[in-house]
Design a protein around this ligand. Structure first.
Ligand code: NAD
Ligand code: WQD
Length: 350
């Protein structure tokens, strides 16, 4: 099949961490990703990396998803070229919990407003297959673990968390207002690691908030040491537990979810949430030990105070994704950490 005949799929936030890896997975699965990003939290290095991994030019457009005029023109251009956009992977959003506390209106405008604009234009072009980046943050502090998709939402712990709850609601209302919408709500747990080639990975701006980028920077000497946020939680080793999954497993889940959307045949709309995780929790100290074991590098760390807003323990019941998407994680925590370290070493050389 020539490149032009492959189904075109819009990837908003396609220069970002999860979007770039998903674009590569899409291309591997026989789709043509059409990347859109305003580059507010990414740069062209990721786009060049995607092109290198795909061994071809991948369409890229610097567009803000809140710009309805430019989105409209983009969709129209693909129709006129005889290759309409068939589906959307919507990643574009801001994701820093702390920043959202200081700038809640900005988060509402970008995360919820951006989704609203995109859906409004997509409706005009009858694009009905949508995969949305949601988050386990919608569950807040869960009453029991593992959490399944029926676990009720708790009050959002941050404006960021609220934007994911609100976005899911907007997507449900959008689907209810029409027929034949096929929407997958992907609730990611904790994505880590990088493409095994180390050509693309995560580019945290400034001081990383997330555990793994901070840990790899500490080992690389970019930071003095990692502070473990709290050693007195009610968990076996006193540190918080999360469900860390390899970003390439997550990327492949987007392809599976898109194919699930394409396979839905009912006259009415379908909106379905899927947890994406390994189904296993790891504590902060277990992550440190796994990193040391797989890389042979010592992690400089100290035990510190609890970080406000952290849930104690959360991991996924991911059986729905296994049963309905045919997706399960293939890469271990060790592999994920080894790939994160390989990526960090690439960054250090630059
Ligand atoms: P990222 O910041 O690396 O990628 C997001 C991309 O969207 C960036 O390239 C940014 O420039 C772009 N962007 C932001 N606002 C935009 C706008 N208005 N128009 C066009 N482009 C815009 O983040 P990520 O980690 O790849 O996250 C992708 C999605 O997954 C986000 O929706 C995020 O909330 C969600 N998510 C991420 C995680 C995680 O831990 N990384 C976990 C759960 C959910
Ligand atoms: C993991 C664990 C920390 C940094 C966040 C968002 C969530 C989702 C994923 C988008 C926690 C501990 C961390 C450090 C540490 N994103 N830690 N020292 O908090 O589970 O989730 O990213 O949707 O919404 O809240 O991930 O990587 O920040 O933390 O000890 O320097 O590592 O306390 O237990 P988190 P994280």
């Amino acid at each position: 099949m020539s490149q032009d005949k492959k189904p075109h799929v819009l990837v908003t936030g396609g220069a970002g961490y999860v979007g770039s890896h998903s674009a590569v997975a899409l291309q591997n699965a026989g789709y043509t990703p059409v990347l859109v990003d305003n580059l507010q939290n990414s740069n062209m290095q990721a786009v060049r990396g995607i092109q290198k991994l795909c061994s071809q030019e991948v369409p890229f457009h610097t567009i803000d998803v809140r710009d309805a005029t430019r989105l409209h023109a983009l969709f129209q251009d693909f129709i006129e070229a005889g290759n309409p956009i068939r589906g959307i992977l919507h990643f574009a959003a801001q994701k820093s919990v702390g920043e959202s506390v200081n700038h809640p209106a900005m988060y509402a405008s970008n995360n919820v407003g951006g989704l609203g604009t995109l859906l409004h234009v997509a409706r005009e072009f009858e694009i009905r297959h949508i995969v949305f980046s949601s988050s386990c943050t919608v569950y807040g502090e869960p009453v029991h673990v593992p959490v399944d998709e029926g676990t009720p939402f708790q009050e959002a712990e941050s404006p960021y968390g609220w934007t994911k709850q609100a976005s899911e609601r907007v997507l449900r209302d959008h689907a209810a207002a029409q027929n034949q919408e096929r929407i997958a709500l992907l609730r990611y747990f904790n994505p880590i690691g990088a493409h095994p080639s180390a050509i693309i990975g995560e580019l945290p701006r400034g001081v990383p908030n997330n555990l793994v980028p901070f840990l790899t920077q500490a080992v690389a000497g970019v930071r003095d040491r990692l502070t473990v946020f709290g050693g007195d939680y009610p968990t076996p080793d006193g540190t918080c537990i999360r469900d860390y999954l390899h970003v390439m497993d997550l990327a492949e889940a987007h392809v599976a979810a898109l194919q699930w959307c394409f396979a839905q045949k009912t006259a009415s709309s379908v909106v379905r949430p899927f947890n994406l995780g390994t189904g296993k929790g790891a504590s902060v100290l277990e992550v440190i030990k796994a990193f040391e074991h797989v890389t042979g590098e010592a992690v400089p760390y100290v035990m510190g105070e609890r970080r406000s807003g952290d849930v104690v323990s959360i991991w996924a019941n991911a059986s729905r994704a296994r049963e309905e998407l045919g997706w399960t994680t293939k890469r271990s925590l060790e592999t994920s950490l080894a790939d994160a370290w390989k990526w960090q070493q690439t960054l250090k050389r630059e």
